[in-house]
Design a protein around this ligand. Structure first.
Ligand SMILES: Cc1cc2nc3c(=O)[nH]c(=O)nc-3n(C[C@H](O)[C@H](O)[C@H](O)COP(=O)(O)OP(=O)(O)OC[C@H]3O[C@@H](n4cnc5c(N)ncnc54)[C@H](O)[C@@H]3O)c2cc1C
Length: 438
């Protein structure tokens, strides 16, 4: 059965969320830069967020990505998509609703693979929103190709010693702990020889070389850490899962993480689109509002179609995750949604800049930041090209090569096949296609 309807009871919750995000959370963008959302040391921000979080809990909407046994609403991915597109309108909303990446993905893998002790120490405070965490995989010399990772964990006695560097570790500066993905067995393929460790950020030997920011952010105010591990001593109790399990574990978090980013991107793209529509109906040039210029209308139409196509793919992907409960089965859809997140956000933010003129490109509007965020979506969790490869491989995987000289759609070959099948019938009058009959 196919349906595009939202039941009335759930729609009420969505309406509450939409009003709450618009009235209470979107204005926070005027007070704090977006990466501050993770800064648990910012007392002013925390004082503002705390009562908002209470209202979300009272509304029964805290951590809406989680099942009830972990303190969430158990809405499933399709309803989550509808919720996340509301939360995506503001960089602060996911924190207020307990659904901020990378904490969501980190909680997911702790829940799946953590020991009871690890869950008590890290998972519960993470789910309660009392701490933030960091997932650290990328290295300065290697991002998209894990075969080039050199950061290692080496067995020493009963423990492990961590040595090497990590790069662009988001929120490490505010994180209580890092989930670090390192090579633990260099003798085998990295896909079987990498492990994950839970490393409290204050552990002796964890060095912050610097915190990089995104373009436009002031030096030293960034949230993406360049880390060095100087003989950091760890024990087996710090291992997440078994040695060699890192990629298996990573897939659990990355699949969900990517599609949740896509859901939120629908929301931000729609917000940018609304700004465009408002502006072109308000601004007059050459005797008429911009909205009546046909080239502007073409832009509006194209953007609307881009966003709606993207949204439908995201919704269908969410529906498939609910149905199959296995990210592997939905990997093509997730990869496609990931690629489109960048494209759609870049496209709509670029047009928002352009159609607002000088105002659009100025620092008095948010579009420059949104454009950069669009590009970030094409890098974080892997560059778009890598995901395009996944989409293509899956598409090619279901189509076999032909054993014939000519392709299946070759018309003369098709005529031969169908004529052989209906040889008797075609002797009767009425067959008019003379082409290639002889
Ligand atoms: C906002 C943001 C937050 C991030 N947060 C984290 C984090 O918390 N933890 C973490 O570990 N990492 C994080 N990253 C890093 C991110 O995972 C990497 O940037 C990404 O994996 C790409 O690696 P790279 O930057 O080294 O680029 P490279 O691997 O050097 O790739 C550069 C470019 O080369 C091209 N390319 C690469 N591979 C291929 C290919 N196979 N085929 C064709 N072209 C290719 C692409 O154009 C790509 O953009 C974050 C990145 C961003 C932008």
């Amino acid at each position: 059965m196919w349906s595009f309807e939202t039941d009335a009871e759930f729609q009420q919750k969505l309406d509450w969320m939409a009003a709450f995000v618009r009235d209470e959370i979107e204005p926070l963008d005027y007070l704090f830069p977006k990466d501050e959302t993770y800064n648990v040391n910012n007392r002013a921000l925390m004082a503002i967020l705390a009562p908002l979080k209470v209202r979300v809990r009272e509304a029964g909407l805290w951590a809406c990505h989680l099942p009830p046994e972990m303190g969430g609403g158990g809405w499933g991915q399709l309803k989550l998509a509808l919720m996340n597109e509301i939360l995506g309108r503001s960089f602060f909303a996911p924190t207020v609703f307990g659904t901020a990446a990378p904490d969501t993905g980190n909680a997911e893998i702790l829940a799946h693979f953590g020991t009871d002790e690890q869950k008590a120490k890290y998972l519960q405070p993470l789910l309660d929103g009392d701490i933030v965490s960091c997932f650290s995989m990328t290295e300065p010399q290697a991002g998209a190709d894990p075969k080039m990772f050199t950061c290692t964990a080496t067995r020493q006695g009963n423990g492990w010693v961590l040595q090497g560097e990590k790069w662009f570790a988001s929120n490490a500066r505010w994180a209580e702990f890092l989930i670090v993905m390192v090579v633990s067995d260099p003798e085998v393929s990295v896909y079987r020889g990498a492990s994950m460790f839970l490393v409290p950020t204050k552990t002796l030997g964890v060095e912050f070389l610097r915190n990089s920011g995104m373009a436009f952010e002031e030096a030293e105010h960034g949230a993406h850490a360049y880390l060095r591990f100087n003989d950091v001593k760890l024990s087996d109790a710090d291992l997440l899962g078994e040695p060699g399990d890192a990629f298996k574990i990573a897939q659990t978090r990355l699949g969900g993480g990517r599609v949740h980013h896509a859901m939120r991107t629908v929301g931000l793209a729609r917000r940018a689109f609304e700004s465009i529509c408002e502006r072109v109906q308000s601004r007059t040039t050459q005797g008429d509002v911009l909205a009546r210029k046909q080239m502007v209308q073409a832009d509006i139409a194209d953007l609307w179609m881009e966003i709606e196509q993207f949204r439908l793919l995201v919704m269908q992907t969410a529906w498939k995750i609910d149905k199959y409960n296995d990210y592997k089965v939905v990997r093509q859809d997730i990869a496609a949604a990931k690629v489109l997140s960048e494209r759609v956000m870049v496209s709509v933010a670029s047009r928002a800049i352009h159609l607002h003129g000088a105002l659009g490109i100025s620092n008095e509007m948010p579009f420059g930041e949104w454009l950069l965020w669009g590009h970030a979506l094409g890098l974080a969790d892997g560059p778009s090209e890598v995901h395009q490869i996944t989409v293509a491989k899956e598409a090619l995987g279901v189509v076999a090569p032909t054993e014939n000289l000519f392709p299946t759609e070759h018309i003369p070959s098709g005529v031969q096949r169908i004529r052989a099948k209906y040889a008797n019938e075609l002797k009767l009058p009425g067959h008019r296609r003379g082409w290639l009959e002889q």
